[in-house]
Write a protein that binds this ligand. Structure first.
Ligand code: PGA
Length: 246
């Protein structure tokens, strides 16, 4: 059985010094994280220093987003090529969708860029509060998954993150998560095959912390978590990692 994934989305929480401090603590207390597959997503500007300071080869590093293009006149944007050795890239996080207007079509192009560079993609999907209240969760997820390529040849991880749960402390019930994850799995089966659908890794994200992780671990379809604010606090992130049993 694969280890539970702990994907730490540091968003814009940690500056360079704070990121290096975090890594120094991981280096000192690495055994606390040994039951999980940890992937860190620092700010773009901190990735290089994080990579330089990190001692463990087991911990992977990713980008929180990337541009559709790989070079050119795109002021302020970041190419997947500019950071040569990332293992992962998040695509379609709800903050990119809602604050920066990343549409499903833009996200489709970003995903293709990530795949073209043989980087593992984490595609974030999930409904807003309004969509949930209007019983549109399934139709929103359909649209968000319809951007997937016809042939899936690359590694794909899907993070189901109900937007209303992100940063709010409002956790869906395990039954709610299980229902949506099985909907996602069935959709993948219909888009591809049972075999390919089984290979897609499913994460849950939204208000995961050391208090909620135990009960979330009971959801059978969850392969791991995409964690925001609790992942940027070393003690909170360590406490989550220590709850993971092999
Ligand atoms: P949160 O964020 O853990 O702070 O709710 C999750 C995310 O945005 O990926």
């Amino acid at each position: 059985m694969k280890k539970t994934i702990l994907a730490a989305n540091w968003k814009m929480y940690l500056n360079e010094n704070e990121s290096i401090d975090f890594i120094n603590r991981i280096n000192q207390e690495e055994s606390s994280f040994s039951n999980a597959n940890v992937i860190l997503f620092p700010s773009h500007t901190c990735i290089n220093q994080v990579q330089k300071n990190l001692k463990s080869n087991n911990i992977k590093i990713g980008m929180q987003d990337c541009d559709i293009h790989t070079s050119g006149a795109y002021t302020g944007s970041v190419s997947i090529n500019s950071i040569t050795t990332v293992d992962y890239c998040i695509v379609g996080h709800s903050e990119r969708r809602l604050i920066y207007n990343d549409t499903n079509s833009i996200i489709q192009n970003k995903l293709q860029t990530v795949f073209n560079h043989d980087v593992n993609a984490i595609l974030c999907i999930g409904e807003t509060n309004e969509e949930k209240d209007n019983n549109q969760t399934h139709s929103v997820i359909d649209k968000q998954l319809n951007i997937l390529p016809k042939d899936l040849k690359n590694n794909l991880t899907i993070a189901y993150e109900p937007v209303w749960s992100i940063g709010s402390g409002n956790l869906p019930s395990n039954e709610y998560i299980e229902e949506v994850l099985s909907y996602i799995k069935n959709k993948l089966k219909s888009l591809y095959s049972d075999e390919i659908a089984e290979k897609v890794i499913l994460l849950y994200g939204g208000s995961v912390d050391e208090n909620s992780v135990n009960r979330l671990l009971e959801v059978k379809l969850i392969n791991g978590f995409l964690i925001g604010s609790a992942s940027a606090n070393f003690e909170a992130f360590k406490a989550i990692a220590e709850k993971i049993k092999l």
